[in-house]
Design a binder for this molecule. Structure first.
Ligand SMILES: Cc1cc2nc3c(=O)[nH]c(=O)nc-3n(C[C@H](O)[C@H](O)[C@H](O)COP(=O)(O)OP(=O)(O)OC[C@H]3O[C@@H](n4cnc5c(N)ncnc54)[C@H](O)[C@@H]3O)c2cc1C
Ligand SMILES: *[C@@H]1O[C@H](CO)[C@@H](O)[C@H](O)[C@H]1NC(C)=O
Ligand SMILES: *[C@@H]1O[C@H](CO)[C@@H](O)[C@H](O)[C@H]1NC(C)=O
Ligand SMILES: *[C@@H]1O[C@H](CO)[C@@H](O)[C@H](O)[C@H]1NC(C)=O
Ligand SMILES: *[C@@H]1O[C@H](CO)[C@@H](O)[C@H](O)[C@H]1NC(C)=O
Ligand SMILES: *[C@@H]1O[C@H](CO)[C@@H](O)[C@H](O)[C@H]1NC(C)=O
Ligand SMILES: *[C@@H]1O[C@H](CO)[C@@H](O)[C@H](O)[C@H]1NC(C)=O
Ligand SMILES: *[C@@H]1O[C@H](CO)[C@@H](O)[C@H](O)[C@H]1NC(C)=O
Ligand SMILES: *[C@@H]1O[C@H](CO)[C@@H](O)[C@H](O)[C@H]1NC(C)=O
Ligand SMILES: *[C@@H]1O[C@H](CO)[C@@H](O)[C@H](O)[C@H]1NC(C)=O
Length: 682
């Protein structure tokens, strides 16, 4: 009997091994030991939000091999911190080994403070550690982005217009409505038709809420800021309870790994390496205006390895590491590379430039009502119930310039000041002497000043926070900074962090907008019915009264809202762009960037939703390129709720939208048939 059992075991494992020619076992999807093939069609650098989304879609085609190389661990050892939504506040992975723990360079305009910049270092990347707000940008912004690259090729630019991005964001997600009681108490409004219905990522609402969330909405209305009943449709301004990346079937976080990878059957053509840091992209020697990447070099288990790319190398290492890796590989601004002794293979001045971020801080009031913080601290049975543990902040409002400046004439005066400051800003505030980068600064400035400021689009985000015990606060965050910074390496070692210099508040208009935002937050806090739950304001507090007081206070307070982008901006090369509308890096034959670093300017959004849309659209573009498919999601028709993208279904070998692997099903069932046959034979 023992012999039979062990024989069965041996045979089962050898059959399984034979079914996994590359050595990744079915139960252990992620290779820990560097067991990889010599070459893959696509090498995706970074298994974060965009990287896993893209790798899942590309590997739907079983004739395409894909390797993901992720620097961080699987996350299995910290499952609860990732899966339980409120852990993002109470048991956060920021400041742990799952966070890169970047700190910006000392900020001249923030009293020389360095600002802490967390980023996920784990499968799922920042989507595994973030606050789960799911907020889409506005149609005005997305069409402005598309317009910025239209001069290069109008039909390619249409892949990034609102209709295309709307379709791509829809494709990524499945929306679930809240329960009636949550809906009523929090004042939730939505239009399910504007959200996806069959994608891998769950968007819903927490299973617990507070009357003060509804009160926040009513106070905003009373102050003149209307509620938005369809914020995902391209008109994202006003007050609403945002969706959260939560799977309501078991109140868990929905993120790129749980959505796009975990549900898959094993795919022999998709390998994911963890604990492996990419150190550079390798290029064939040859023409310096069209360099071909041959593969990548990475470091794992204290050894250096290389792996070849048959088709492409795709950077999905995020806003910080994607430009860093390009620079380490010899692609970037000449002065930066030469100062650390890296040979310039392809000069591209925009790599790491145009860095923009949302700054934020909070106004805090004492409160004696039940908050998530006080219930959590009580340790009661409610505190440990799954629905309560799914509570995360999500009610917000986007406030436009007209409201911030007390009406259209106040906004017009501010608008005029900003427009007048264009030339002086260009001559003193651009952190580059490259004429191309300077042109890009101007183009972004112009969009911000002349398209976004005079529109309905929000300039300030307000966010109610119920996470503390004994207080309630309203977060305030600036959405379209005129300050642009840069990121650059100051060491040739890939293991040293780059210098991150967002140049926060270098443009004085950012401080003005922010100060007005603080005043609006205070005003909302003083408005019924929310005011009933709020006691004394403890921060900034009664000593901070005048505009000058507020501005001085801000310098010591503000920190990141965690939305940095634009360091590999999709802009014309003549404007310091890094990628074209096909996401291809200028000057390189077969390298793309697919992550939050390509958005050319900041959106009124949290970057998760546009990043899923970007990665879905990237998969459409890449698959169409290699499979000769004609149909891309570049629809110019008006948007509906259905998935107008053909990417997922356009290959006979592709899987369905839920990520179940149609492609490997027959192969897997053959393996199971073999195992069961052996079992019965014994
Ligand atoms: C604390 C926090 C809270 C946030 N809150 C929200 C929110 O509530 N809602 C929202 O929409 N957005 C939020 N964001 C922003 C959002 O999560 C990010 O913008 C988005 O996830 C970025 O996706 P990405 O694919 O560009 O990068 P990431 O998801 O960060 O992925 C990059 C990946 O590359 C890996 N990597 C880096 N360098 C290397 C290397 N050399 N070799 C191999 N791998 C490498 C990283 O480990 C990481 O896994 C938050 C972000 C943070 C950090
Ligand atoms: C699908 O993949 C299988 C196995 O890789 C291959 O034999 C088959 O020809 C593919 N079919 C199509 C239509 O691509
Ligand atoms: C699969 O890819 C190989 C190598 O790129 C190619 O020769 C073959 O024709 C492809 N098969 C299909 C069905 O696409
Ligand atoms: C939550 O449910 C989904 C299915 O909807 C499942 O894939 C996932 O594993 C579950 N998560 C946990 C932690 O149980
Ligand atoms: C600036 O923006 C306006 C309005 O969006 C646009 O009409 C104009 O062409 C832009 N100018 C430049 C120089 O980009
Ligand atoms: C700005 O917002 C206010 C309040 O929501 C609204 O009444 C006003 O019409 C908006 N103005 C513009 C230009 O969108
Ligand atoms: C690089 O910059 C960091 C700060 O961002 C600094 O600590 C470090 O000393 C610098 N290294 C070199 C070699 O200049
Ligand atoms: C760059 O090289 C690739 C092959 O390596 C080729 O297909 C492509 O056409 C070239 N592009 C340019 C602009 O020369
Ligand atoms: C998707 O493909 C179908 C069938 O090939 C085609 O009829 C339809 O026009 C395509 N849709 C888009 C948006 O490209
Ligand atoms: C998508 O795939 C399904 C199932 O494989 C098929 O029935 C349907 O016709 C396909 N649609 C398109 C547009 O190819």
């Amino acid at each position: 009997m023992r012999l039979v059992e062990s024989l069965t075991t041996v045979l089962t494992f050898s059959v399984l091994a034979a079914c996994n020619p590359i050595g990744f076992s079915a139960s252990k999807r992620f290779a820990y030991d560097g067991t990889v093939s010599d070459s893959y069609d696509f090498i995706v650098i970074g298994g974060g939000q965009a990287g896993l989304t893209l790798a899942s879609r590309l590997s739907e085609d079983s004739n395409t091999t894909v390797l993901v190389i992720e620097a961080g661990d699987s996350g299995d050892a910290v499952k609860d911190s990732i899966n339980i939504p409120s852990s993002t506040y109470y048991n956060s992975l920021t400041k742990s080994s799952y966070d890169w723990q970047y700190v910006t360079a000392p900020q001249t305009h923030l009293s020389n403070r360095g600002v802490s910049w967390p980023r996920g270092k784990v499968l799922g990347g920042s989507s595994a550690i973030n606050g789960m707000y799911s907020v889409r940008p506005s149609e005005i912004e997305v069409n402005a982005w598309s317009g910025m690259i239209a001069s290069d090729d109008n039909s390619l630019a249409s892949m990034w217009n609102w209709d295309s991005m709307f379709a791509a964001m829809d494709k990524s997600e499945t929306f679930t409505a809240p329960s009636e009681s949550i809906k009523d108490m929090a004042g939730v409004q939505y239009n399910a038709n504007s959200r996806g219905s069959s994608g891998p990522v769950h968007v819903s609402y927490p299973g617990y809420t507070f009357p003060q969330i509804g009160d926040f909405n009513e106070a905003l209305n009373a102050a003149g800021i209307s509620s938005n009943s369809d914020s995902a449709s391209g008109k994202n301004w006003g007050a609403f309870v945002a969706n959260s990346y939560i799977n309501p079937t078991n109140w868990t976080r929905s993120y790129s790994r749980s959505a796009y990878i975990d549900p898959l059957l094993p795919r022999s053509n998709l390998n994911i390496l963890i604990n492996s840091v990419v150190t550079r992209i390798l290029f064939a020697s040859g023409s310096s205006d069209n360099l071909t990447a041959t593969g990548v070099e990475y470091s794992a288990n204290s050894a250096t390895h290389t792996v070849k790319a048959n088709k492409e190398v795709i950077l999905s290492a995020g806003t910080i590491a994607s430009p860093q890796i390009l620079q380490l590989s010899g692609v970037g601004p000449r002065d930066v590379l030469e100062s650390v002794g890296i040979t310039v293979l392809s000069e591209l001045p925009g790599v790491g430039q145009h860095l923009q971020d949302h700054l934020s801080t909070t106004v805090v009031w004492e409160s004696s009502v039940d908050t998530a913080g006080s219930i959590h601290a009580s340790g009661s049975s409610t505190a440990t119930s799954p629905d309560f543990e799914s509570y995360v902040n999500s009610a917000i409002a986007y406030v436009n310039a007209s409201f911030l400046f007390g009406g259209d004439s106040g906004a017009a005066a501010f608008h005029q000041q900003v427009t007048d400051a264009l030339e002086s800003s260009v001559s003193s505030l651009v952190p580059s002497s490259s004429s191309e980068v300077i042109e890009g600064y101007k183009a972004i400035y112009n969009i911000t000043a002349n398209t976004l400021f005079p529109s309905e689009v929000g300039q300030i985000e307000l966010l109610i926070n119920m996470m503390f015990s004994g207080s309630i606060s309203i977060g305030v965050a600036i959405q379209h900074p005129l300050s642009q910074g840069r990121l650059y390496i100051n060491s040739s070692s890939p293991l040293d962090p780059p210098v991150i210099d967002p140049n926060y508040f270098s443009h004085p208009a950012d401080i003005t907008v922010f100060r007005q935002g603080i005043k609006v937050a205070r005003m909302i806090g003083a408005t019924a019915p929310l005011s009933v739950s709020l006691g004394t304001e403890t921060s900034p507090g009664s000593n901070v009264v005048t505009d000058e007081d507020i501005e001085a206070w801000l310098l010591g307070q503000v920190g990141t809202e965690y939305h940095p982008g634009s360091t590999c901006a999709m802009l014309p090369k003549s404007q310091g762009g890094v990628v074209n509308a096909n996401l291809q890096v200028y000057g390189l034959a077969n390298v793309r960037v697919v992550d939050a670093s390509v958005f050319p300017f900041s959106f009124t959004a949290h970057l998760g939703a546009p990043t899923y849309g970007l990665a879905e659209q990237a998969a459409n573009i890449i698959r169409a390129h290699y499979n000769g498919l004609g149909n891309l999601a570049s629809s110019s028709s008006s948007s509906g709720s259905s998935d107008s993208s053909n990417g997922s279904n356009s290959s006979k070998n592709s899987s369905n939208d839920n990520g179940a692997a149609g492609l490997s099903a027959s192969w897997v069932s053959m393996c199971f048939v073999a195992i069961f046959t052996l079992w019965f034979a014994l």
